[in-house]
Design a protein around this ligand. Structure first.
Ligand code: PLP
Length: 426
């Protein structure tokens, strides 16, 4: 069978396909796998119990059948949109109405829309999405309907301490390079986008960095897209003092996935009315309307404050504890070896840098997979960058910290054994 160019592009073996396949196969297979790959959130009993309570009450009140029995408008479930507008006005004082919010089938779906709205072929030439700092979320990489239209800048790296300990580093935006890119003069940049906290590194761009990106976007008349999949106000997996701002040159993307509901595929876009209308139009063509069951669960939990409460008092502390546990295991396994960990400031991953790693991280991934431990190789995350001469890109891996302590401990022990062996043999 012959596929179109579109078909060929979207059926290639992409980084995100490998990641989602590994995740699904590990969950479905009979062989025990230490799953430190994937982006599944942790299953937390207190959080699950809250969802069960809400689902029961939706069933009792007929609201469940009502929500799955009718399409919403292409903009999305009106109940959730109104609850979100009230919540965001109250929480942050933003001037926001229902015209500023659209729902999508997961935020991945929103990024497909946004990257194709602001990147790709324009009259007068192609435009790119600028990622101010790579490594960035691998799920962005293949979102354009034709080709890849990303541009990114290698980060500055700084040795830092974490909770009084050495052995950590932090990426910072290289503004000198960013603000003087030749693509500004040629009008080739269509939007700026960053995840905050960042998948894969757990980096949280500082308020100063965000303000400078915001100013840069405004100066050039393009939007700043901020991916809040792990950020405030839910799931709020963020351990630094960061503030969330919005005005109508910014596009904020939220998701119900990392609060523990990835299966309901619900993404939220907060933007100017013009962008919200564009998202709604794309929803109509591609999905008719976004799914409603996640909206039915989230609406009462936004209204009664339980989503915020669970995020701040259960989900965030859980991942903070996991990060500390995993970092301690890693430090024990790699005493005397050149491992540096990106400072865990948020999200559900640790980003490990093995300086001078004798094999590529892709090869390390294969070796670890053969030993029953799954991680994600680092090079896929350097979206929009030619990593040919960037050795650092092939020396990093991402590991999830969403699993229980035994899985983390055993998975890290495998990583330790295999990587120490590679250094010792070099
Ligand atoms: N953005 C980031 C940074 C992510 O890590 C993910 C999922 O892992 C997504 C967006 C997409 O999530 P979803 O489509 O489940 O909302």
């Amino acid at each position: 069978m012959k596929f179109s160019k579109f078909g060929q592009k979207f059926t290639r073996k992409t980084g995100i396909l490998q990641l989602m396949d590994d995740l699904g196969n590990a969950l479905a297979g009979s062989e025990p796998v230490l799953m430190l790959g994937g982006g599944n959130p942790a299953r937390l009993p207190e959080v699950n119990a809250a969802y069960e309570r809400v689902m029961r009450s939706l069933l009792d009140s007929q609201a469940a059948v009502e929500s799955v029995g009718n399409y919403s408008t292409p903009q999305g479930d009106a109940g959730l949109i109104d609850a979100l507008a009230d919540f965001l006005r109250q929480e942050y004082g933003w001037h926001i109405t229902r015209d500023n919010i659209a729902l999508t089938n997961g935020s991945q779906n929103a990024f497909f829309y946004l990257f194709n709205l602001f990147g790709g072929a324009f009259e007068g030439g192609d435009k790119k999405i600028l990622l101010p700092l790579a490594p960035e979320y691998v799920g962005y990489a293949d979102a354009h309907i034709d080709g890849q239209h990303f541009l990114s800048v290698p980060p500055q790296m700084e040795d830092v301490q974490h909770e009084g300990q050495d052995g950590f580093f932090k990426y910072r935006v290289d503004f000198e390079t960013l603000e003087h890119l030749p693509e500004w003069d040629t009008g080739e940049i269509g939007a700026i986008c960053c995840s905050r906290p960042t998948n894969p590194t757990g980096n949280v761009l500082t308020d100063e960095e965000m303000a400078r990106l915001d100013a840069l976007a405004q100066r050039h008349g393009i939007p700043l897209i901020v991916d809040n999949a792990y950020g405030m106000p839910f799931p709020s997996i963020i351990h630094t003092d960061a503030t969330l701002t919005w005005h109508d040159n910014m596009i904020l993307c939220f998701s119900l996935s990392k609060i523990g509901l990835p299966g309901v595929r619900t993404g939220i876009v907060v933007a100017s009315a013009e962008v919200v209308r564009a998202i709604s139009s794309m929803n109509a063509v591609i999905n008719l309307a976004p799914t409603r069951f996640g909206a039915a669960i989230a609406t009462p939990m936004l209204r009664d404050g339980s989503l915020k409460q669970l995020s701040q008092h259960v989900i965030r502390p859980f991942y903070r504890k996991q990060a500390a546990f995993a970092a301690n295991c890693l430090k024990r396994e790699f005493a005397g070896y050149p491992l540096k960990i990106h400072r865990p400031e948020g999200a559900i991953f640790l980003w490990l840098w093995f300086d001078g790693l004798p094999v590529s991280s892709q090869e390390l991934y294969e070796q670890l997979k053969a030993e029953g431990t799954l991680i994600i190789p680092g090079e896929h995350f350097f979206v929009g960058m030619d990593t040919g001469s960037l050795r650092h890109a092939r020396e990093c891996i991402r590991m999830s910290i969403a699993q229980d302590e035994a899985t983390l401990r055993d998975g890290i022990a495998t990583i330790g054994r295999v990587v120490r062996g590679l250094y010792d043999a070099a």
